[in-house]
Design a protein around this ligand. Structure first.
Ligand code: AMP
Length: 519
């Protein structure tokens, strides 16, 4: 017999099974409740977008975009590459035939792409497509007529078709979202949300994808709950309210062993000078830094401040600090934010090295770390991104948001012993004898309609076995229905924790179990 392959979830991804999934649902449900109490509404965006959306917003130089994104190249792009390669070495009849085949396949797929809407049907594309189609028809006829050796006429046509194929606007590749702020901004622009009254307060819940090295608390498919405020105002009270909401939520779900760090990383008026100054100072100590930091001096010097490498810490501590180089507006904004946090009695620590990995942040940045997580201890990151919407082609807009890592938050709640006992199975129906089956079906439906979680065994079992299973499933009550009960039109209700038993009529039973309704 052939060996059957045992499939496993792809590295860095995992299944979330009951009863854990109930904890996840509770966590997400709590976020909805808290966020909606702050007048945030849910936005659901696709899990994949054009690659260039992420490259432009997060930054092509960041690790998230340059190393970790799951990107799909369009099939037509691959066919174009194959065609261009085949057409570069046409020296004999065989390579001429191959060139013609690749051209025909490309044109065929281009037609399909235009028809199904995967490739733009702009007039330029349609025109190139019709010229290419004519070339294919003519070439095939000529080839079939016996002209199958390369000659000047073929070479000229080859040159033309190459130019035309290169002209086709296939559109960029697509990527699974590594985060959702870019998508939210894209949607804000696409749906003209700046025309709506007030600030747009949006939250999202869903999976994100990054090809990182898997470890505890770090997955390739992970889940975030995030919130964004987009609009015309950058009042520090918005930043403070967002942070208050975040901490109210963490408190609600028992994520209490946390620390909030805040910083301001300036804006386009003051940050560039600071970055230059930092770069100059870093160049002076370049020899003492490791390879990654050395590279970042040129590509993204702020990221050097993120370094966790022990040998680099004493050097980093001597570097110039952004707080000494903020422009007046940024300094005032940060001071007001701290006042607002005090007003709301929010505990925080300033951390001048908190710069965040993504390019789009300005002014306020923050992070929340939690205990019990080892090195991957950040459960939430966020900040201001005034200018991002404009960068993506929208109107001048201010923005601030955060993303909570659900995987790590739940881990921390569990490690802290704060995970709630979620209700689970309330009632197990232990029926015996075919005469009691209709009564069992009936009462199961009524209890379920009353909001209880009920298990009805699909096949007859001996009472002992049935009650044993009720115990194993963790049911709180068993409703016993046998011949006696059917005859007396009653139910025996057994509390499984202590074995306490009583006989009840249907109405009494429903009333008694009222408190077991699922919340
Ligand atoms: P970021 O979008 O990088 O600012 O991340 C925000 C939060 O998402 C982090 O604080 C983490 O809690 C969580 N997170 C980011 N990357 C991962 C990952 N690969 N696996 C699990 N959680 C992650």
């Amino acid at each position: 017999m052939s060996e059957r392959k045992q499939f496993r979830a792809i590295k860095g991804t995992r299944d979330i099974l009951p009863p854990d999934s109930a904890l996840w649902n509770w966590f997400e449900h709590s976020a909805r409740e808290v966020f909606e109490s702050y007048n945030f509404g849910e936005i659901r965006t696709p899990i994949f977008e054009e690659t260039s959306l992420f490259a432009r917003s997060i930054g092509a130089n960041t690790d998230v975009v340059s190393k970790e994104m799951y990107t799909f190249e369009k099939k037509l792009e691959i066919l174009r590459g194959a065609f261009l390669q085949s057409s570069s070495g046409v020296t004999d009849a065989a390579s001429l035939r191959k060139y013609l085949q690749y051209l025909a396949v490309f044109v065929d797929n281009l037609q399909r792409g235009i028809t199904v809407g995967e490739v733009s049907n702009a007039p330029e594309n349609v025109e190139v497509f019709s010229i290419l189609t004519a070339i294919v028809v003519e070439s095939v006829a000529r080839h079939d007529n016996g002209q199958s050796e390369p000659d000047d006429r073929w070479n000229e046509q080859l040159r033309r078709s190459r130019i035309l194929v290169e002209q086709v606007d296939i559109g960029g590749g697509e990527s699974l979202r590594p985060e959702a702020t870019a998508s939210v901004c894209r949607a804000y622009i696409e749906h003209n949300m700046q025309a709506l009254p007030g600030n747009q307060k949006l939250y999202y819940i869903g999976p994100m994808f990054r090809r990182e090295r898997p470890q505890k608390g770090r997955y390739r498919q992970f889940y975030q709950i995030g919130a964004e405020v987009l609009g015309q105002s950058d009042a520090p009270a918005i930043d403070a309210e967002v942070l208050e909401m975040l901490l109210v939520f963490f408190n609600r779900v028992g994520l209490t062993r946390t620390t909030l760090y805040v910083n301001s990383i300036g804006d386009k008026n003051c940050r560039p000078q600071y970055v230059e100054l930092l770069r100059e100072e870093l160049r002076k100590v370049k020899d003492k830094l490791k390879e990654d930091s050395q590279r970042r001096i040129e590509t993204n010097p702020l990221r050097v401040l993120d370094s966790k490498i022990p040998e680099e810490q004493s050097i980093i501590e001597t570097l110039p600090r952004i707080s000494d180089h903020l422009c007046d507006e940024c300094r005032a904004h940060f001071a007001k934010l701290k006042e607002e946090l005090n007003l709301r009695r929010i505990d925080y620590k300033e951390n001048w090295r908190l710069v965040r990995g993504l390019d789009y942040y300005t002014r306020t940045t923050f992070e929340v770390t939690a205990e019990g997580l080892g090195s991957q201890n950040a459960v939430c990151g966020g900040g201001r991104y005034d200018g991002l919407v404009e960068l993506l082609g929208g109107p001048p807009t201010k923005g601030i948001g955060f993303a909570i890592g659900t995987d790590r938050s739940i881990l921390s709640i569990e490690e802290g012993g704060n995970a709630p006992k979620l209700s689970g199975l309330a009632v197990y129906i232990a029926w015996m004898g075919l005469a009691s089956y209709p009564t069992a079906v009936n009462i199961a439906r009524k209890l379920r309609a009353a909001g209880l979680s009920v298990e009805l065994p699909p096949e007859e079992m001996k009472f002992k076995k049935s009650l044993g299973l009720a115990d194993k499933l963790g049911a709180r009550y068993a409703v016993i229905i046998g011949e006696d009960e059917v005859a007396s039109r009653t139910f025996t209700l057994k509390r499984l924790a202590d074995g306490d038993q009583k006989k009840l009529a249907e109405g009494e039973l429903l009333e008694y179990l009222e408190s077991e309704r699922r919340r």
